[in-house]
Design a protein around this ligand. Structure first.
Ligand SMILES: *[C@@H]1O[C@H](CO)[C@@H](O)[C@H](O)[C@H]1NC(C)=O
Ligand SMILES: *[C@@H]1O[C@H](CO)[C@@H](O)[C@H](O)[C@H]1NC(C)=O
Ligand SMILES: CC(=O)N[C@H]1CO[C@H](CO)[C@@H](O)[C@@H]1O
Length: 194
């Protein structure tokens, strides 16, 4: 079982695109833009301006990103917190930027094999994410405060200084959730409660 898993991960590493152009930060943004499952994640990075910090970061040191796929983002933003608010309003964008920081492990390159041996990681916002590996199903689950997501696209992007795993949900903390609610549900809270 373990040997089969290692073989699987080794295969993933071989087929993943590895681009080395001497501009790792911008190469990463291009690869995220080109990924058909990360349309909204890319939009969020650009709208909040976090893309600029991420580019500087990746040019300097390795990062690991747990990027939510489009359907996961769509599921997360239904309700009081709209995508429109998060990507256009000033407070909405600030809240969205915090949630992006919660997906970026700043300074370390975690392959999926490494994650099977890792208990927790600390993303750029400082709130720890617990990592669990179920060897029976070969699945990796990430648990953070009020959210639990699974890696469904391991090593979807592998580049100099950056590795991106696709996940099936949005990692969130109470602090980020509260920020989003405050930023985006003002309009509904202001309505008279008749
Ligand atoms: C996984 O990666 C981290 C960060 O680079 C490193 O500290 C740790 O030793 C690695 N774990 C294994 C089992 O290789
Ligand atoms: C990277 O992590 C450090 C703390 O470890 C943090 O101060 C910094 O803001 C992070 N950078 C980005 C671009 O998120
Ligand atoms: C991991 C994941 O969500 N992969 C999907 C990416 O998009 C293609 C095409 O829409 C799907 O077929 C994959 O399942």
């Amino acid at each position: 079982m373990a040997a089969a898993m290692v073989a699987g991960f080794a295969f993933l590493l071989v087929v993943s695109p590895v681009l080395v152009h001497g501009d790792p930060g911008n190469d990463l943004m291009k690869a995220i833009k080109a990924n058909q499952n990360l349309t909204l994640f890319h939009q969020a990075l650009v709208a909040t301006g976090y893309s600029k910090q991420l580019i500087t970061l990746v040019n300097d040191k390795p990062v690991t990103i747990f990027a939510p796929v489009d359907y996961a983002v769509n599921e997360a933003v239904t309700g009081a917190v709209s995508w429109d608010c998060l990507t256009t309003g000033k407070a909405g964008k600030a809240a969205l930027k915090e949630s992006l920081k919660h997906t970026v492990i700043n300074g370390t390159f975690h392959t999926v094999w490494n994650l099977t041996e890792t208990k927790e990681v600390t993303p750029a916002d400082g709130s720890v994410i617990e990592v669990t590996f179920d060897s029976a199903t070969s699945s990796i689950t990430l648990i953070s405060a009020i959210s639990e997501v699974h890696i469904i696209g391991p090593e979807a992007i592998v580049m100099e200084n950056a590795i991106v795993h696709l996940v099936d949900g949005v990692l969130i903390t109470e602090a980020i959730d509260e920020k989003m609610m405050l930023a985006c549900s003002i309009a509904s809270m202001a309505l008279p409660s008749s």
